[in-house]
Write a protein that binds this ligand. Structure first.
Ligand SMILES: Cc1ncc(C[n+]2csc(CCOP(=O)(O)OP(=O)(O)O)c2C)c(N)n1
Ligand SMILES: [Mg+2]
Length: 388
């Protein structure tokens, strides 16, 4: 590709200013639940303060630690992909607060249905980060045992996990359990039929499920204004359940709002839609180049709202963390980076035929045929002299 052709495609968004303005949803800016401003100031909120009222300085440091370690892990994974150790990586950079806040709101017996980007939630659920890397390295056929941590497998088929979550939640209700289910999905996924069906089913069956939409403003190269004429959280109203927009870069607000929504589900009050308003700071995946479709200024504006920095400012200003804490965490981050790097490099390659196993409990003629085709394909590379 020539430099000219790249440049010609670059201003797609700014050139469309007029079009974007015409598509802006009507009415004033929607309300955003925020407990911690981008400047790190704690602000009161009559409705949601109660859900974090008893949070201790230690727990606040814990949230900070979770976000820092998740970001460090994510950076290591991106580097590992660049060095050819992973096939692909989907970075969560910028979305740490949305994931850690909501992930820490879940109870051990709750069940989580993630997309492919929920590394921070996986961390909160206790899934070993090397399992996530094994999946993106293509060596562990899907990842982990979902029932060990009540954390379902990563789902790439956009929006489909909301249906799985709804069905699971209906089962939870039938069992008479008081646990809840949370389904993660993106702004792009909100346009999928599966998500609409999930909203309908969960509403009419009063299923104990929280729909946690991370609106990171982009679905690969599609901006959110191409997904909806109204703010995403307002869609819930049409289905008959509440929707709330929360500052997705405010870990305290995400924790409080998700706790509230999960408690509603436990009490039998049905589904809730939480729209965590955030930003994907990196590329969609390591295969994507966002400079082709979005302006640098947009990213810079979101940098000022960084989820980690705002909690750090708050911790320092309120004397809840000292220099020793930050230094220790820095060392812990480096150790985590080293640990996952070494673990990835030590992962053995799977047997090439293992992928055909466990597709069906009793085997299948079509899988047998595919296995035979693959064997023939592999044999086609054999040296003539081999085996003599
Ligand atoms: C059913 C389906 N359609 C299309 C795709 C290709 N695809 C992968 S990610 C993606 C965009 C998803 O955007 P969003 O829901 O906003 O989540 P994000 O990646 O921003 O976290 C698309 C269209 C897919 N994986 N599955
Ligand atoms: Mg998105």
């Amino acid at each position: 590709m020539t430099v000219e052709s790249t440049a010609a495609r670059k201003p797609r968004r700014s050139a469309g200013t007029k079009r974007t303005a015409a598509k802006k949803p009507p009415g004033a800016q929607p309300e955003l639940v925020q407990l911690l401003t981008p400047e790190g100031k704690r602000v009161k909120n009559g409705e949601y303060d109660a859900y974090v009222a008893d949070i201790t300085p230690e727990e606040l440091r814990g949230l900070y630690r979770d976000m820092v370690l998740t970001r460090r892990f994510d950076a290591e994974a991106t580097s590992l992909q660049r060095q050819g150790e992973l096939g692909l990586w989907a970075s969560l950079l910028g979305q740490e607060a949305a994931q850690i806040g909501s992930g820490r709101a879940t109870r051990e017996d709750d069940y989580v249905f993630p997309t492919y980007r929920e590394h921070g939630v996986a961390w909160c659920r206790g899934v070993d980060p090397t399992n996530l890397l094994g999946m993106f390295r293509g060596v562990n056929n899907g990842g982990w045992d979902p029932n060990s941590n009540n954390f379902h497998l990563y789902t790439i088929v956009i929006g489909s996990q909301t249906l799985h979550a709804t069905g699971y939640a209906m089962g939870v209700a039938k069992d008479g359990a008081d646990s809840a289910v949370i389904a993660y999905f993106g702004d792009g996924a909100s346009s999928q039929g599966d998500v609409a069906e999930s909203f309908t089913f969960s509403a009419v069956y009063n299923a104990p499920v929280v729909f946690f939409c991370q609106n990171n403003q982009w679905a690969i190269s599609e901006p959110t204004e191409r997904q909806s004429r109204v703010p995403l959280y307002q869609r819930a109203q049409g289905y008959g359940f509440p929707g709330v927009r929360v500052d997705g870069n405010d870990v305290l607000a995400c924790l409080a709002v998700t706790k509230w929504a999960l408690e509603r589900a436990r009490r039998g009050e049905g589904p809730t839609l939480v729209e965590a308003y955030t930003y994907r700071m990196g590329a969609h995946t390591t295969s994507d180049d966002p400079t082709k479709y979005r302006a640098d200024e947009e990213r810079e504006a979101w940098e000022a709202k960084d989820p980690i920095q705002r909690l750090r400012t708050y911790l320092e200003a309120s004397n809840h963390a000292d220099e020793g804490f930050f230094a220790e965490l820095e060392a812990e981050s480096e150790a985590l980076g080293r640990r996952v790097r070494e673990a990835v490099r030590a992962m053995p390659d799977p047997d090439h035929f293992a992928i055909f196993e466990n597709v069906y409990a009793d085997g299948h003629a079509l899988v047998d045929e595919e296995r035979a085709q693959f064997a023939a394909y592999q044999a086609s590379f054999a040296d003539e002299g081999e085996g003599k």
